[in-house]
Ligand binder design. Structure first.
Ligand SMILES: CC(C)(COP(=O)(O)OP(=O)(O)OC[C@H]1O[C@@H](n2cnc3c(N)ncnc32)[C@H](O)[C@@H]1OP(=O)(O)O)[C@@H](O)C(=O)NCCC(=O)NCCS
Length: 184
């Protein structure tokens, strides 16, 4: 499954060469360490990334999470994005997360990727709701979410460990404007 947006494409993470993903994560270590959960000590190794890519394949097959690499010309990786913690039954909800390579930020990719993933979540996966958890101090992400109609629903106190510290996490939500979900 590939999702096209203008000059870039979202491709399943498991189709990316492991060293390409490792290089992306190493290059963006600063943002990963400050905005995402604290990683295992071996996170920035080839072995950990081999496991990560394999897990992403299994998650895709199970429908538990959809991790994408965003690639441009020559399959150069410029971002990663995911719909994860996908819950069906009485929820039909997923969480969304995006990281744009620091050399490609502020030129509109984050917004395009978010819009394309939301379209996929609501129209293809027919989810009822998409949520996003973000530290209130992550102003860029908060602004991006609000710009796309997400509403802040509350703050989960000291609920995520980032860079070795317990941090508050604000939870934002967006409802499917078409509301097509039939519970199964
Ligand atoms: C948040 C992030 C994905 C935005 O990606 P981007 O490609 O730089 O964003 P865009 O250029 O598409 O900008 C879209 C909107 O995001 C917001 N935004 C982006 N950078 C911002 C900044 N530095 N300050 C405030 N708002 C910002 C704005 O609302 C902007 O819309 P505008 O240009 O109309 O004002 C990117 O900054 C990033 O990867 N950050 C680190 C990873 C991260 O924190 N991910 C979320 C973890 S929960």
């Amino acid at each position: 499954m590939e999702l096209q947006i203008d000059d870039v494409m979202l491709v399943p993470m498991y189709t990316i060469k492991v060293p390409t993903l490792l290089e992306f994560n190493r290059a963006n270590r600063f943002h990963i360490e400050r905005n995402f959960p604290t990683k295992q000590k071996d996170f920035y190794t080839l072995e950990a990334h081999q496991r990560h890519v394999l897990e992403s394949l299994l998650n895709f097959e199970r429908g538990d999470a959809y991790n994408f690499a965003v690639v441009g010309k020559g399959r150069k990786m410029i971002a990663r994005a995911s719909l994860y913690r996908v819950l069906r039954e009485n929820y039909h909800n997923a969480h969304i997360s995006i990281l744009v390579d620091y050399r490609h930020q502020h030129v509109g990719y984050g917004d395009k990727i978010l819009k394309r993933l939301l379209k996929h979540a609501f129209e293809d996966l027919k989810l009822h709701k998409v949520s996003a958890e973000v530290m209130p101090t992550n102003f860029a992400t908060v602004a991006l979410l609000k710009k796309n109609g997400f509403v802040m629903e509350g703050v989960l106190r000291k609920s995520i460990n980032v860079f070795g510290q317990w941090e508050d996490h604000a939870i934002y939500g967006l409802l499917n404007p078409n509301e097509p979900t039939v519970l199964d």
